[in-house]
Structures are given as C-alpha cells and as structure tokens.
Design a protein around this ligand. Sequence first.
Ligand code: KG4
Ligand code: ZN
Length: 811
Amino acid sequence: MKLDQFRTLIVAIDTSTDMLACTAAWWIPEVFFDDTPSRACVEVLASRDHLCRRQANVELVETVQGVLADAGMRMEDVGGFLVGRGPGSFTGVRIGISTAKGLARGANVPLMGASTLDACAWTAWGAGTRGLLGVAADAMRGEVYPALYALDDVGAHRMFERERVVKAAVAVEEWAARSDASELQLTGDGLVRYGKLFEEAGLMGRALDPELWRPTGEGLLLAAADPEAYNRIESGDPALVLPIYTRLSDAEENERKRLGLAESVNTAVTGVAEELAGRHLQFRPMAAADAEPMAALEERVFADAGHEAWNASMFLSELFSDAAAARSWWVAHDNGELIGYAGGMVVDRDIEILNMAVAPEHRRAGIARKLLSHVSYDAQMLGCTSASLEVEDGNTAAIALYQSLGFTEVGRRRGYYGPGCDALVMQASLPLVLPVDPASPEPTAAVQREWPLPEPERTPEESAELKRRQLILAIESSCDETAVAIVDAEGNLLANQVSTQIDFHARFGGVVPEIASRKHVEVIVGVVDAALEEAATSLGLAGGAVAPAELAAVGVTYGPGLVGALVVGVAFAKGFAASAGLPLIAVNHLEGHLFANKLTTPDLEPPFIFTLVSGGHTMLVHVRAWGNYEVLGETLDDAVGEAFDKVAKALGLGYPGGPIISRLAEDGNPCAIDFPRALNSRGDYRFSLSGLKTAVTLYIEQETKAGRTINLPDLAASFEAAVFDVQYKKAKNALRETGAREYCIGGGVTANPHLRRMMIEKLGRQGIRVTVPPLKACTDNAAMIAVVAREKFLRGEFAPLDIDADPNLTL
Ligand code: KG4
Ligand code: ZN
C-alpha cells in the first residue's frame, strides 16, 4: 500500500457498535533498514467518538468532516481511510464500510480495514490495561463475539485466530472454566446486555470501566498499526475491504443444515455461500409443475433398464396423495431445467425411498446425495429413524453410493427386477452419513490492481469538454441489483452497469434481504468503476476511466426498498460525494420507474396517467406536473410482480416468476381459464391480487387431484389476462376521468411483452399517446435513477449529507 514515507493523514471510522468512532491522526511508519515490519506511530489530531444509536448513517459523513475541521485539515489532505470491519451489528458494519469505500474511492486514496474486536482490545491497552483481557462484543439474539487477548507493554496480542460467534452463556462458561479466570479482565459492549450472566459466573469483578466497552478511533488506529494485525487489508484497494462475518445469512445457514453441510465458520469472507450459488443448482421440494419433466427424466433414465417407468400422473399423485403415509419429494434444478429427483414414503418410522434419478450428464456432482439428504431430513422431522430402499443387484455404482451413505444390505427380493434379477433391500439409520463440502475457497474474483489508481492525464480540451458535459453518476441498490449509470446534463446515457444477484436468491424462491445487503457491499466499488470506465469509453477519453472529481454530481436511490440494501448505496454515495467534493442528489426509486419513460419519450410532459407495476408496488397515478403526483389507487395486498413471483413459485417454476410466466404465456390461450378480476367496478382505482393468487393455487390443486395435467401455457396466459385486463380498464377510466391524453407505465412487470402491446394498441386506438420504457430500463437499473438525478441537478435540488435511507418512501 502506498502511504507517505514520512506521515499520512488517516481518518479512522468504526460504526460496528453503538459507538460512532471517528479519529483523524498522523500515521508515521517506523522505518527500519532491514525491512522488519514494525508498528507505525499514530499521533491523534482530533476525535469525535460518541455514542449514537442507529444514527450512524445520519451522522457519519458530517462527523468525518467535523473531525477534519477540528484537526485544521481539509478532505484533500487525507491520505487514507481506515475502517472497522466488525464483527458487530450487521447494519452498523455495512454503514461504516460502505461510507469508507465511498470516501476512499471518491478521493482515490487507500482504504485499510481492521477488526473491531482488535480495536476494542487496543482501546483498553491505550487506557493502560495490561494482562489477560476478554472482549465480549454484542452479537444480538443472545450471542457474543468472544475474543481473548494478552496485553503487555508492547501491545494487545490475540490468543485466537478467527472471530467467531457463540451464545453468551457459552462464552461465560468457557472463560469461567479457565485456570486463570481470576485474572480475566472484561470489556466489550456485550457486557451491557449479558453482564448479568458474567456476573453470576463471578467474572464481572474485573470488568473495565464501562466507558471503555466500545472501540475508539484511536483503538482502531492502534490495531491497524500493529505489525501482527490480523485481517489487515494490504493493498489499499477499497474494493477489497469487506466486513468480517462470522456466519452466513440465516437462509443459507438453514440451507446448509438441510443439505447436511457443516456449519459455516467464517470461511466465506463475503458471507455469501458462493460454492452453492455458483453451481446454479437449486434444491427444492417438488411442485406440481415438476411432474412432467420428472416423467421425461424417468423415461430417459429407465429406458434401457427395460422396466416400467413412472409417468407424470404417478409423480403427481405422490404430491397430492391423501393416503395416511406422509411423503417427501425433492427436485434438483439447474438453470430452470429439472436434473434430478428423489422421494419417499413414511412407513412406521422408516422412510422408503420410492424413486430417485439424476440426469446422466449431471452425475458425480453429489446431486443424488443431496437429494437424499433433503428427503431424509424431512423424514427425521416426521419421526423416522431409518431409511430403506431397493436397488438392482449388480448395479455397483448405485450400491457403492448407498454404502457410502451408511446403507447396508438387509434383505433380497428374488426376481424383483425380472427373472434372475434380484433387488437388494438396503437400510441405513438416520441421520445419513453425509459428506461435508470442501470449505469455500478464498474469493479470487476481485482483481489485484495498483491502488490508488493513476490520475488520468487530460488535454485542456478534454477537461473543458468534461466540465461542459456535467456528468452525473447515479447509484441504485434498493433490492437485488447493484446498478450504476452515468448521464450528462443533456441527458445522454454514457454508462449503464447492472450487477444482478438473482443467482444468489433464486434457490430461496425470492430475495433474501441479508444476502442482498452483503452482495451490495461486495460489488459496489466494482460496479462504480465499471461505469466510470464505460463513460470514458463512450466519451472517447484515453486513460481508462473518468475520475470522481471530473463528475458534476452523485445521485442515489434512498427509498423505497430493503433498508439493508438501500443503506449501502446511500452510505457509499455520501462518502463518495463528500470526498470528491460533489453535490449529492437523493432519488425516489418510484420516480425512477416513472422517469424511465423519458428514455423513450424525452418530451414527455404532464399531465398524464402513469401505471407503476413492480415487485413491490402497484399504483395508478395522475401526474399533474413533475413532482405533483395524485395517487389514484394502490394495491390492497400483493403487488403485480409479487403475484407473478408467487404463482411461479406455486408451480415450482423458479424465481423471478415474471419472465418465466410471460414466456409460457406466449403459447397459451388467455381465455382458457376464467380467473377473477378483482375490484373491477368503475371509479374504483384500487387493486387486489391476493384473490387471484388463491384462485390460481386452487385451480392447480383441483386439476392435480382430478389427475389432469395442467396446461402451463394456458394457465400462464389466463393469469396474465386477468391481471392485465384490470390494469388496462383502470388506466382507461383514469384517462377518461382526468381528460389526460398521455399515458406511460413503469416497473419490472413492464418488461412483459403482452402488457406493453396491450397498452400501446388498445389505448393508442383511443388517441392516447402511450410510452413504455426501453426493455432494459423496466426492471431495476440506474439509468432511470440517473434521469431523475439529472432533472434535480438542473433544478439545483441537492440533498444534505445527513440524509438516510427511507425504506417506506412513497410517491
Ligand atoms: O421494478 P423491479 O425490477 O423491482 C422492484 O422495484 O420491485 O420489478 C421486479 C418484478 C418482479 O416481481 C418480476 O417478476 C417482475 O418485475 N417482472 C415481470 C417480468 N419481468 C420482470 N413480470 C411480468 N412479466 C415480465 N416479463
Ligand atoms: Zn423497482
């Protein structure tokens, strides 16, 4: 990392606990001739450490500015930033790291990271504590991050390697059992909540002054200056600084349990289990729509064996069998294609595996094992203690697989598979012996690059042109896409980057908020850099990328959306704007969907009627003037996109449902099934989709019970028709009532070709000018955020640096 040889002004921040730690200091590397790493000297200039509960995102950037002012310094003087990487409050850690990434990227200076637990220990060291020290940091939900240190005059030395999380009672027990327990001094904000437990074990006698229980900025600096520092990020590249997580998201931990994998122990630096997502492999319980592809796979696999294969209705009847015996059926999908299944029936306390198959081209990937582990896990939940199955004698591959899972031969059925062809009956007790996946590898995705980046060399003409263009960079992170776009003041779109996380959520059947937040933190610098490079290419500039200081403003979505996802974009944007000296523009995501229409029709002017149909919203709006929105009606329950997703899920078709259903509907008859149209009376602009969703589910159940196979295209087309008829009718009524002659639409569902065509043709016939956004700007993207940011920029509507994410923002 390139820091000044003599001294560098460093600003250290940590928001992993209730303490907003912020310190400016000189960082003076101690130079040794033999290159021995040694402790840098830290000379504190100013500190504004203060308690600040849940307000970190509001106060952090202004606190940094305040500390610099106290130190008599300016942002341009800062030579590097340092951030506490946790572990701590997930949101707190994310706010600190995202802000720090923004600050470092905007100023093009190095970003260092250090462990917040180390910072706690060094805070105590700085206050004169020596001897054995236990840090118990609050991990919420009854848990702490326990960490032991030996403090001597040299510094705080770790007595552990990896941060971990345990129940508070476990930490108490471990520490109380130590032979040196009587010397143990305690600190950490976990003592606030769980002090009583430590007290009961007689450990609180040597607790430090509560004033010292949280990390200070100076403590963080000392921790980073320690040549022994763990988890130190050496390159200075802000893209590489990530939170220290001690486990995966709850959704993934549960998945690991169900898959029979070992619990994660902070091997994944990012906290997202890539080894599962990377395979695009999804395991989920069988659904009605799987019956056909299961029968097709069965036919392929059993064709050669010469015995009878199950057909679709046999598979279906498993799903809806109301026989007393409980069933468990699981399927494996890869990129939407069914590649394996396994299922069984509970008899007494044994699960009889009835059928199992894996597509030949996907064998030897452990899929059969995982399918079996799902089924046997269910069986255990249903009270089973053993699993049994029959396998053809001589099928050595299958027998070997079952043996490796603990199955042994318990009987033989003569001639079961035809004359001279016996079946072996094998049995295993539960839980099955399941292999542990190799630990996920350290991520290699982020390329090592020189940091700081070289400042671009511009000719005077180029600089003048950049200035004239007034580039606005916009960031969108409200849900599961990290997106960055750049427009100029004339509205030319110069960059449009989207990093989607769909692969990481699809196997859970919807967006998992905790995964979304983690992925945003992981990719935000990369996506911003890609946009800055794309803009340079669009402008024909040499030198790789547009520099932050060459921009005119930064826009960011601040709501509505998932709060943990929004804060990443907002915190990054604020840090970036503050350090690059740019004004900040706060954008409403819903306005973004509206303004996406300007990409198609730049002269779009109110008054007009606007329909918003996305995964989270369904609204009919009378846009009287820009910024003057009369919401005529909203959904009372599900949003339209949500209904698509839920219906697709009920059919076992995957996530997101919109594109899957609209593709199926291409070949379907929209009049085939008469689904209800809710709140369809004149003058009522409210929507309701839950009744329709229920009607679809009921239909699936009825048809399957009756043994009929569902015509998916007809179902999809009829469902779409029920949704879109209502949308059309209400839009038409609103146009008539308001007298508006112009109509536009936005949100992810607008990507649906049938909806687009219907509005354009039917409303067009009535003389209404209809605009639909470009296909790429329908689902979440930053181009639409940039369009709004540009309008606000031209009006001089800037946001203060204490703005926070607002998950419930409306139009
Ligand atoms: O606007 P968006 O990307 O995210 C939100 O702000 O909610 O919308 C996502 C929604 C998802 O529910 C998805 O299923 C739906 O848009 N969607 C579609 C289509 N493509 C995406 N719905 C119907 N037909 C499509 N082709
Ligand atoms: Zn959206």
